[in-house]
Design a protein around this ligand. Structure first.
Ligand code: MF3
Ligand code: CO
Ligand code: CO
Length: 244
C-alpha cells in the first residue's frame, strides 16, 4: 500500500506541468496512461473499472467527480480542475486527487479550493486508533458549513487495498462519537467533495459517469489514501509539496 500510494502521488506530481489553458483533458489522460504503464509499471485502476473508459478522472468547475477525459474538452483560463488518479501496484491500490487552477485564479474558486483542502487536512489530523468515522465526517462538515459551503452526500471515501472500493464507506459529514472506530492498519481514502451552492448532484444521462452540481455552481475535491498507525495517520499518497 505504501508503494502504490507513493506511485499514485508521483503521477499527480508528474501531470502538474501539463495542466494549462489550451490542453485537452484527453491529452492529460494519454500522458498519465503512458506514465503509469511505462514509467512506474503499474495498472491504471480506473480503466475498464465497471466500464469506465479512461485512466484518470478530470472534473472541471461544476463537475463534482468522475469527469471523463476527452480530446475535445479543452482547458481554459479560469477553470478549476480535479485530477483523480488510482494505480494498482502488485495488486494494491493507491488513490489520490488534487485541484489545479488553469491560468488565473478567480477569488471565489480559490477560496473553495483552499477550504476543501483544509477539510481534508483537518480530518487527517484527527486520524488515530479509537477515533470514530463520525468524528472525521463531522470535522469536514463543520469546516465546510461554517464557510457557507455544502458537503456532497451522494459520494464518499472508502476502504481500499486489494480492492479499489471496500468497506467502510467514509462519509464526509456526520455526528461525533458515532460509527466505526479506527484501528491500526486500516487503509481508506478521505476525499471530500465540497460545493459552493447546493450539495445535490446529477449524473450525466449522456455518459453515465460525469457527476455535476444540480445548480451549476463550482465543486472542489481533494483525496488522499490514509493508513492508520499506532498513534496517528500515515498519508500514503503524500506529495513532495506537502508536509504531514
Ligand atoms: N478514483 C475515484 C475514487 O476516488 C473512483 C473513480 S472510479 C472511475 O474513488 F471508474 F470513475 F474511475
Ligand atoms: Co477514492
Ligand atoms: Co480517487
Amino acid at each position: 500500500m505504501k508503494i502504490a500510494g507513493k506511485l499514485a502521488a508521483k503521477t499527480l506530481e508528474m501531470i502538474e506541468d501539463h495542466v494549462k489553458a489550451g490542453v485537452s483533458t484527453g491529452a492529460l489522460d494519454d500522458i498519465c496512461h503512458d506514465f503509469i504503464v511505462n514509467e512506474i509499471d503499474c495498472i491504471p485502476a480506473c480503466l475498464d473499472y465497471k466500464g469506465y473508459p479512461k485512466t484518470i478522472c478530470t472534473s472541471i468547475n461544476q463537475v463534482i467527480c468522475h469527469g471523463i477525459p476527452d480530446e475535445k474538452q479543452i482547458l481554459k483560463d479560469g477553470d478549476i480542475l480535479n485530477i483523480d488518479i488510482t494505480v494498482i501496484k502488485d495488486g494494491f491500490h493507491g488513490d489520490t486527487s488534487k485541484m489545479f487552477f488553469v491560468g488565473n485564479k478567480k477569488p471565489h474558486a480559490e477560496r473553495l479550493v483552499k477550504i476543501t483542502q483544509e477539510c481534508l487536512y483537518k480530518s487527517i489530523e484527527l486520524v488515530k486508533p479509537g477515533v470514530r468515522l463520525g468524528d472525521l465526517g463531522n470535522i469536514i462538515q463543520k469546516h465546510a458549513e461554517l464557510n457557507h459551503y455544502s458537503v456532497v452526500r451522494d459520494y464518499c471515501g472508502h476502504g481500499l487495498g486489494l480492492n479499489f472500493h471496500e468497506e467502510p464507506q467514509i462519509l464526509h459529514y456526520g455526528q461525533p462519537n458515532t460509527g466505526m472506530s479506527l484501528k491500526e492498519g486500516m487503509c481508506f481514502t478521505i476525499e471530500p467533495m465540497i460545493n459552493i451552492g447546493t450539495h445535490k448532484t446529477k449524473l450525466s444521462k449522456k455518459d453515465g459517469w460525469t457527476v455535476e452540481t444540480v445548480d451549476g455552481r463550482l465543486s472542489a475535491q481533494w483525496e488522499h489514501t490514509i493508513l492508520v498507525t499506532s498513534d496517528g495517520a500515515e498519508v500514503l499518497t503524500k506529495r513532495e509539496e506537502e508536509s504531514f
